[in-house]
Ligand binder design. Sequence first.
Ligand SMILES: Nc1ncnc2c1ncn2[C@@H]1O[C@H](COP(=O)(O)OP(=O)(O)OP(=O)(O)O)[C@@H](O)[C@H]1O
Ligand SMILES: [Mg+2]
Length: 113
Amino acid sequence: MKYIIAIIQPDKLENVLEELEKKEIHLVTVTPVMGRGRQKGIAEVYRSHKEQGSLLKKTKLEIAVNEAFVEKTVKAITEGARTGQIGDGKILILDLQECVRIRTGERGGDAIG
Ligand SMILES: Nc1ncnc2c1ncn2[C@@H]1O[C@H](COP(=O)(O)OP(=O)(O)OP(=O)(O)O)[C@@H](O)[C@H]1O
Ligand SMILES: [Mg+2]
């Protein structure tokens, strides 16, 4: 199992959710966050809302998936969020040790989707 974290432009959220839905990926956590990339929040100001100091408003998506869904998820996020300009975002993929559905007690791959 993998835990996929994506930091994207807030105005690309709807696009990304649509691309995910097309691939039957429905379970997601979305959080408004602040961040800066390698331009240190400077060169990208024209396309982002400055939040605090050098930090810009971003949107974080978190998706836990079985191995079979990793590449599909990365593709959906990339297709939904990419413009080719700086600040399009980043995807981080972590190994996920365990997942528990609280209601049923299911674990692992059965609990994920
Ligand atoms: N190495 C990192 N560690 C933690 N957060 C990061 C990292 N890189 C990017 N982020 C987060 O992702 C957001 C978007 O990053 P961004 O797309 O600007 O990446 P970049 O590496 O600067 O690439 P680009 O040159 O395309 O802008 C940042 O504002 C920050 O919140
Ligand atoms: Mg950047």
